[in-house]
Each structure stands twice: as structure tokens, then as C-alpha cells.
Design a protein around this ligand. Structure first.
Ligand SMILES: CC[C@H](C)C(=O)C(=O)O
Ligand SMILES: [Mg+2]
Length: 609
């Protein structure tokens, strides 16, 4: 059964003469009318190294689509560089930009009646924003990211921007050495080279099945990255044809991103020690897809899924090393061997996950030459800002599942996952910790609260010696509503490292973390302080007890005392549950966001009836 093209609305019938004349002015030819209209959804910007190399690729894709006889048109979304926006009020805009991106893709595709989309994403909010839009639109969609940056190199050691951030506040590091690190930490185009949020999300897009093998791990500079874009064109043409001309809805985003696909993606995230932001984004994408996927699923999965991979900041490995070890489908191959995945799910290339694993897990006899081509894609070295401009290869792949970058279940770092959801009287709706980044010696931690009502105050406290070994730093009124925008606390956690306090302190916040954070850093505390959460009732010197093994986090005061404090806070009327004095300019755009946004345990989606 044929499905009518959405684009027929503006290209068919006598009454559309005006729209058609505009399409002609856009370059549409007679033969394009009545055929699928494909949008190239790009996110090129010269503000973000993860996107600065995407200028030409959109037009390259348009050209390839038009060779197949279909009209394609490119538009752009915004993209914020979290690393540049970090640590000042610019970061208030980061999470809200996810929804701006989702909305803008929806606006363009619905206003112009697009039939299918190729999404060119990369950094933190772009991939989730576009995935949210794809779920809303539910038209054929394929995702290709700009690819990871190559790791920096100083004195034979691999490093990245987080090393530069930590060293910048460490008085033991000389100015000369810091300058050398700064110069070399970010050598190429692409998303920052560790298991940060961008790379985590691009790996998850691959796990869900909306992106092709290698999407998460082939470096931006490699020729095989450019090939991924070209393959994506083949796949979107095939998906568009089978959907509209044969009525095959298996290729639609909501048929691919099913509950099983979300569960698989979350399990992959736990196994690879992904950024905690993935929790927020998967919840939001599932919400748009109408899939029942909640924090309690994440809690359950985290108890069942071993941690098979540790990447920077949790080890010396970078994403390029995950590629050399066989990429995401090889991690999923290890998980499949342990019966941890539901592999009978569809992918955008028409394969099931079971088929994809059999072709791309480098440890299978059935592995293909094509898999080796992708996973041999190596960094080129040196400064290189051009997409697909080098063809270096790894001489040998890393197939050591005992001590290598990807471990088998038998040799897991931790049988109990790389991520945990904790509950307790200060997080009744849960909070998140990336256990892959926590030294197991502090899985149980008890300390005195050191309370800050803003990230800025916390940074000053940490660098100004207000924080001592054994403290639990509390940073609140930084949640989705309270910030607003739920800033990433990368500077506070990096400065704890600079001050050599990270192994002796815990940090809890209703804000969130970048993938560059490690240590006993607990975020997404829900409900947030601005939403009446008990985190707002903590006082300096209160005792706080954290037990990762038991998944608990508690303020050690009596229920009566907690109730008294709540009563006193509520009695403040319109001043209740507010940060109080702090210098922060919240624009009207951000206030509009804050008026709709939900709490972190719901993915910080906007609640609109
Ligand atoms: C290095 C941190 C990166 C810029 C980030 O924002 C993230 O991982 O979320
Ligand atoms: Mg980020």
C-alpha cells in the first residue's frame, strides 16, 4: 500500500501554483514534483569544533540525493559548544537549546512538508534535539554525526580539554607545561575525544539503530567518516522508497526506537560508562516517541549490566581506542553473548540488531571486511580541521577482551554497571552517579555538608579552601527550573581534582555533569531545590550518607526535623525554595523555558498539555 507523500500538499494540484513557483525558485525541477522531498538537517557552525567541519557535507549530501532524482534542501540548527559555554552564565542556555533544536527541526519539516530527513548532528544537545524531532515527526530519518575529535598528545600521553581545565587550577603545574597542554589538547575538528556527552549520544544513536556502524567512534578527520555520510544517503533513499511506495513502516523512527531499543541503548550506556546526560536525553527522546521508559527501568538495568569499557575521563582510552577495539557493535556483541540484549529490533539499514552484531562484532567468525575497514580508521595526528581528509589505519585491532579497551563480561570492570540511580530522603525521585568514574574505596561515603546555592559560589569555595577532605559539597538551585537550565558542574568537579580533593569528597547537585566529570559526583537530584526538593533543606555541617552498593543517599536528620525545616521554608511564601541573593541574569527566553520544564527524573522535558 502506498503512503501519500507529505510534500504533495505543496507540490500537487492547480491551487499550489504559488508554492510550486517558489519551489522552482529554490531549484526544484519539473521532474521533482510528486517525488519525495528530503531535508538535510545540518548543524554547521564555526563556533563549535564538533560542527565547524560540516559546512560542505550538507551540500555534498544534497548532490548525492539529487543524483537519485529527488529534490533535497538543507537547513541548519543552532549548536552550543558546552566546553566554551561552561562555567559561566552561558551554560544556562545549553540544555534549553536541546528543545530549541527539536522545535526548529519540527517547524521546518512540518512547515515545508518534508518527507524524510538526514540529520547531521554532533555535540551534546544536537543529537538528542534532533532525535526528539525525529520521534515527533516519525518520517524516515537517518543520523550521521560529525565524528569524534582525535585525542591530544603531549609527551606520549593522550589527553583532552578536561586535562587542560584541571591543570589550569593546579598550582603544581607550570605555566609552560599548561600552555603546551592547551596547545595540544584539542588538535582536530570533531566532538571532544573522551566519553563525553556528544560521543555518548552518537554511540547511543548507533545502538538504537538510527545511525550506521561506526557512527559513534570513527574520527571526524577520517575518510571513512565521509563515507558514512554517503552511505547514509543510500539508506535514506531506500527507507523513503520502502515507506512511501511499499507502505513499509518498519523503517520509521518510532518502529526503530521501540521500548526494546531504548532498553538496549541504556544498557549499552551503562556498559560503556557513558555520560550521565544520556539518562536525561533518553528519557526525553522516549517521551517524544511515546515509549514507556522511566527512571525505574534505568535503576533496574543498572543492577543487571556490567561495566565493560572505561574511556576518558575514567581511563587513558579515548573514543578512537573504542573504534580500534571494534566500536559500539563489538561492545554490544559482548553484551549479546551474555544474553543482555533484545536483538530482534529493526535498524535504519533494514537489518536487525542480531544481523548487525554478527557482521560488525570483530570477535565473531561472521565478521565482515567492511567491519575491519571501519574499525581500522585511525587518527591522522597533528592539527587537522578538515572532515574526511586522512586515511591512516591501525595496523592491528585491539581484540583483547581481558585487559583491552573493551572487556568481556567475564573480565568486566564491575559486574554492577557503570551507572547507578540512588534514592533517599534527599532524592525521593532519584539521582544519578557514574560509578565507572568512582573509586570503589568511596562507594560508601559519609561526610559533612558544605552548601552552596550556585555553581559560582561552589567554585569559589573549592578554590578558596572552604572545602575540606571529608566534605559533601552540595550545589543546589541549579536544576532545570532553578538554574534555570541545569548547568553542568564540570568546573567544580575539575577543581576538586586540581586541589587533590576528588578522592576525599563527594559532590551532590540538582544540576548535571558533563561527561568530563568523574569522582563521587551525584547529579540530577530530584525533586530539585526550586521544586521543593529536600536538597533545599540541607544545612552546613549536616551529615550526609551515600552508599552506592545499596543505592542510597540520605540526610542524617530525623523525619521530624526534616518536616520542621520544610514547614519553615514553605512559610517564606513567595521567597520559599529560592536561591536567595545571587548574581544571575535570567533572560525572558530562559524564564519561558523555566515555566514549562519538568524535573530531571522526567528528562527535563517541557510539560505542555
Ligand atoms: C568535556 C566536556 C564536554 C564539553 C561536555 O560538555 C560534556 O561531556 O557534556
Ligand atoms: Mg555537555
Amino acid at each position: 500500500m502506498q503512503i501519500p507523500l507529505r510534500s504533495n500538499t505543496t507540490t500537487q494540484g492547480r491551487r499550489m501554483a504559488g508554492a510550486r513557483s517558489l519551489w522552482r525558485a529554490n531549484g526544484m525541477k519539473e521532474e521533482h514534483f510528486g517525488k519525495p522531498l528530503i531535508a538535510v538537517v545540518n548543524s554547521f557552525t564555526q563556533f563549535v569544533p564538533g560542527h565547524a567541519h560540516l559546512h560542505n557535507i550538507g551540500q555534498h549530501i544534497k548532490g548525492l540525493i539529487e543524483k537519485q532524482g529527488y529534490f533535497a534542501a538543507e537547513f541548519n540548527t543552532i549548536a552550543i559548544d558546552d566546553g566554551i559555554a561552561m562555567g559561566h552564565d552561558g551554560m544556562l542556555y545549553s540544555l534549553p537549546s536541546r528543545d530549541v533544536i527539536a522545535d526548529s527541526v519540527e517547524y521546518m519539516c512540518n512547515a515545508h512538508k518534508v518527507d524524510a530527513i538526514v540529520c547531521i548532528s554532533n555535540c551534546d544537545k544536537i543529537t538528542p534535539g534532533m532525535l526528539m524531532a525525529a520521534m515527533r515527526l516519525n518520517i524516515p530519518a537517518v543520523f550521521v554525526s560529525g565524528g569524534p575529535m582525535e585525542a591530544g598528545e603531549v609527551d606520549d600521553r593522550h589527553l583532552d580539554l578536561v586535562d587542560a581545565m584541571v591543570m589550569a587550577a593546579d598550582s603544581n603545574i607550570s605555566d609552560e607545561y599548561l600552555a603546551k597542554v592547551e596547545e595540544n589538547a584539542c588538535p582536530t575538528c570533531g566532538s571532544c575525544s573522551g566519553m563525553f556527552t556528544a560521543n555518548s549520544m552518537n554511540c547511543l544513536a548507533e545502538a538504537i539503530g538510527l545511525a550506521l556502524p561506526g557512527n559513534g567512534t570513527i574520527v571526524a578527520t577520517h575518510a571513512n567518516r565521509k563515507r558514512l555520510f554517503e552511505e547514509a544517503v543510500e539508506k535514506i533513499i531506500a527507507a523513503t522508497q520502502t515507506y512511501y511506495y511499499e507502505g513499509n513502516d518498519k523503517v520509521l523512527p518510532r518502529s526503530i526506537a521501540t521500548r526494546d531499543a531504548f532498553l538496549n541503548a541504556m544498557k549499552l550506556d551503562i556498559a560503556m560508562g557513558g555520560s550521565t546526560n544520556t539518562v536525561l536525553h533518553l528519557l526525553a527522546i522516549a517521551h517524544e516517541a511515546g515509549v514507556d521508559f522511566t527512571m525505574s527501568d534505568i535503576d533496574r538495568l543498572s543492577r543487571q549490566t556490567p561495566n565493560l569499557c572505561k574511556v576518558a575521563p575514567n581511563s587513558h582510552y579515548h573514543i578512537q581506542d573504542v573504534n580500534r577495539a571494534g566500536g559500539i557493535l563489538s561492545i554490544m556483541g559482548e553484551m549479546e553473548r551474555g544474553g543482555l540484549l533484545e536483538t530482534n529490533v529493526n535498524r535504519i539499514d533494514g537489518k536487525t540488531l542480531a544481523e548487525a552484531i554478527s557482521e560488525y562484532d570483530i570477535k565473531r567468525e561472521t565478521v565482515t571486511e567492511d567491519a575491519f575497514r571501519r574499525f581500522k580508521s585511525a587518527p591522522g595526528g597533528g592539527r587537522n580541521l578538515v572532515m574526511g581528509s586522512q586515511e591512516s589505519t591501525f595496523k592491528v585491532l585491539d581484540d583483547d577482551r581481558e585487559k583491552g579497551c573493551i572487556r568481556s563480561i567475564e573480565h568486566a570492570y564491575n559486574k554492577d554497571g557503570g551507572l547507578a540511580v540512588l534514592f533517599g530522603n534527599i532524592a525521593e525521585k532519584g539521582c544519578i552517579v557514574k560509578t565507572a568514574g568512582v573509586d570503589s574505596s568511596i562507594f560508601q561515603f559519609k561526610g559533612k555538608a558544605r552548601v552552596f546555592n550556585s555553581q559560582e559560589d561552589a567554585v569559589n569555595g573549592i578554590l578558596g579552601d572552604a572545602v575540606q577532605k571529608g566534605d559533601v559539597i552540595v550545589i543546589r538551585y541549579e536544576g532545570p527550573k532553578g538554574g534555570p537550565g541545569m548547568q553542568e558542574m564540570l568546573y567544580p568537579t575539575s577543581y576538586l581534582k586540581s586541589m587533590q580533593l576528588d578522592k576525599y569528597c563527594a559532590l551532590i547537585t540538582d544540576g548535571r555533569f558533563s561527561g568530563g566529570t568523574s569522582g563521587l559526583s551525584i547529579g540530577h537530584v530530584s525533586p530539585e531545590a526550586a521544586g521543593g526538593g529536600a536538597i533545599g533543606l540541607i544545612r552546613d555541617n549536616d551529615d550526609i550518607e551515600i552508599d552506592i552498593t545499596r543505592r542510597s543517599i540520605n540526610l542524617l536528620i530525623s523525619e521530624e526535623e526534616l518536616a520542621e525545616r520544610r514547614k519553615a521554608e514553605d512559610a517564606k511564601g513567595k521567597d520559599a525554595w529560592q536561591a536567595g541573593e545571587r548574581e544571575r541574569n535570567v533572560s525572558k527566553a530562559l524564564k519561558a523555558y523555566a515555566s514549562f520544564v519538568s524535573s530531571a527524573d522526567l528528562g527535563a522535558v517541557r510539560l505542555i498539555d
